[in-house]
Design a protein around this ligand. Structure first.
Ligand code: FAD
Length: 446
């Protein structure tokens, strides 16, 4: 079955299709709220995901709903915007039609005057895609839930293990990649093991869990200033984390990970490996590159023009993690959001008949920050290097303010105060036999 996916009453009006309801896509839609256009916001999930807090879902601090409001809710008050749950599989830039599939395989053919593609990025395993079975990463709510099952399942299985070696394997956690995501999840793994779980288990001492963070780079948090890198490494080590730098993963299976570092090759027996090392642009970038002849970089990102338009495709823009610009901006939420607002405003102008050449997109860097665990963080804000509790409070403020919806903000704050400040509890630790079995199955398959 095929459908134009068009609303008959709206025929003749300027149509804007936005692919992706992430940081970039939502900002495009918001910037078009009062424009005389019809917006279709399309995503293969029904929610806007605040990826920077995924690790808190994976470690039981937050429930998924707090960081993933429904897209329909996000644009509820915008009468010119509708959302569709569908996956884009083709874009015809000549005929100006986006082809997508609804969950029941119904084909949707969506004509556009302007198209903005903001499909984000996926994990990159540097040519070892099979590693994704052994070392999952975090990109979606499902990934975070799965990791939560794996992490907490490992403790459950360690509690009943009769063989010491097996118990140690369950109590060893390796995080690959010491960028902000890797550091943040490592910090939480350490908090769980040292401060949250110890009094809850009767057989194992969770404080003996081995938590290893490794990176091929010579320092943690590679994009941060050396002072902040050193501080972060020191704090992690103080929490009992083994930080291995200049160390790359060379192989892995269900039971272990092999690494090569300054001391040679080492095989670490560990049931839980977490991938936080590389990103690859959404396959939508390769699709657009093919039909427009646009170049892509090593991470598969599309090279867009300074106004985020795609050379060789009239009315098509691409933004966020799936693109690269001449100034090689980092793959962070702020870039995607600012590009989204810029392109949304540009399309609003075009829809009014203003076709003048726009000023190029200019990124305003508001700074970067990462939590380390135990209420510590680092922040680099407009040249100021802040560490410790103050940086942590700043991190909390910024992240809570960027969540969508007051309910989610207040709910997140409540959980933080409860979990991180007072009770040292993690209120969202639900797993089941099914989840824990995934960890055990890994063992059987090995
Ligand atoms: C674990 C993690 C932690 C992070 N922490 C930080 C941080 O602390 N600070 C920071 O600034 N940045 C952080 N980032 C990066 C930040 O989340 C990204 O830079 C940002 O999400 C990019 O926005 P985007 O709109 O390009 O893509 P996304 O926000 O990823 O949105 C892409 C959307 O496109 C949809 N989509 C993809 N393909 C299709 C298709 N074929 N059909 C329909 N829909 C599709 C997806 O479902 C998704 O909703 C983090 C990322 C991760 C994964």
């Amino acid at each position: 079955m095929s459908s134009t996916g068009d609303t008959p009453a709206r025929e003749g009006r300027t149509k804007v299709v936005v692919v992706g309801g992430g940081f970039g896509g939502v900002r495009v839609a918001k910037a078009l709220a009062h424009a005389d256009v019809d917006v279709t916001l399309l995503d293969r999930t029904n929610h806007h995901l605040f990826q920077p807090l995924l690790y808190q879902v994976a470690t039981g601090i937050l429930s998924p709903g707090l960081i993933a409001p429904a897209l329909r809710r996000v644009v509820k008050t915008q009468s010119n915007t509708r959302t569709l749950l569908a996956e884009v599989f083709d874009i015809d830039v000549q005929a100006k039609v986006v082809h997508a599939l609804a969950p029941n395989e119904q084909r949707l053919d969506l004509p556009y005057d302007y198209l903005v593609v903001a499909g984000g990025a996926t994990h990159a395993y540097f040519g070892h895609d099979e590693w994704s079975h052994y070392a999952p990463g975090m990109k979606s709510i499902e990934d975070a839930r799965m990791l939560r099952s794996q992490i907490l399942g490992a403790y459950e299985l360690a509690e009943v293990a009769t063989d010491e070696k097996e118990r140690d394997a369950y109590l060893t956690f390796v995080v690959v990649g010491a960028g902000p995501t890797g550091v943040e999840i490592t910090g939480q793994l350490a908090e769980l093991a040292r401060y949250v779980l110890p009094k809850e288990y009767r057989t194992i001492d969770t404080r003996s869990a081995k938590i290893i963070l490794l990176d091929a780079a010579p320092s943690v948090l590679p994009p941060f200033a050396p002072k902040l890198q050193k501080y972060t490494q020191r704090r992690l080590e103080k929490m009992g984390v083994e930080v291995r730098l200049n160390t790359a993963a060379t192989d892995m299976d269900y039971d272990s990970i092999t690494v090569k570092g300054p001391d040679g090759v080492d095989t670490i027996t560990a049931r839980t490996k977490i991938w936080a090392a590389g990103v690859q642009a959404s396959p939508l970038a390769a699709m657009l590159a093919k039909v427009t002849g646009t170049e892509t970089d090593r991470a598969g990102r599309l090279a867009v023009d300074p106004d985020c338009s795609l050379p060789g495709a009239e009315g098509v823009y691409a933004i966020g993690d799936m693109v690269t610009t001449v100034d090689r901006l980092p793959g962070v939420a702020q870039v995607a959001m600012q590009q989204g607002t810029y392109v949304g405003k540009l399309i609003a102008k075009r829809a009014k008949g203003d076709h003048t050449t726009p000023a190029p997109f200019h990124y305003f860097d508001k700074g970067s920050m990462a939590t380390i665990g135990a209420r510590q963080a680092v922040a680099d804000v407009r040249g100021f290097k802040i560490t410790g509790y103050l940086a942590y409070l700043l991190w909390c403020y910024v992240h809570v303010m960027f969540l969508i919806g007051w309910g989610n903000r207040l709910g997140t704050l409540y959980n933080w105060v409860r979990s991180l400040r007072y009770a040292r509890n993690r209120g969202h630790r639900l797993i089941s036999m099914t989840g824990a079995k995934a960890v055990a199955k890994h063992h059987e398959a090995a």
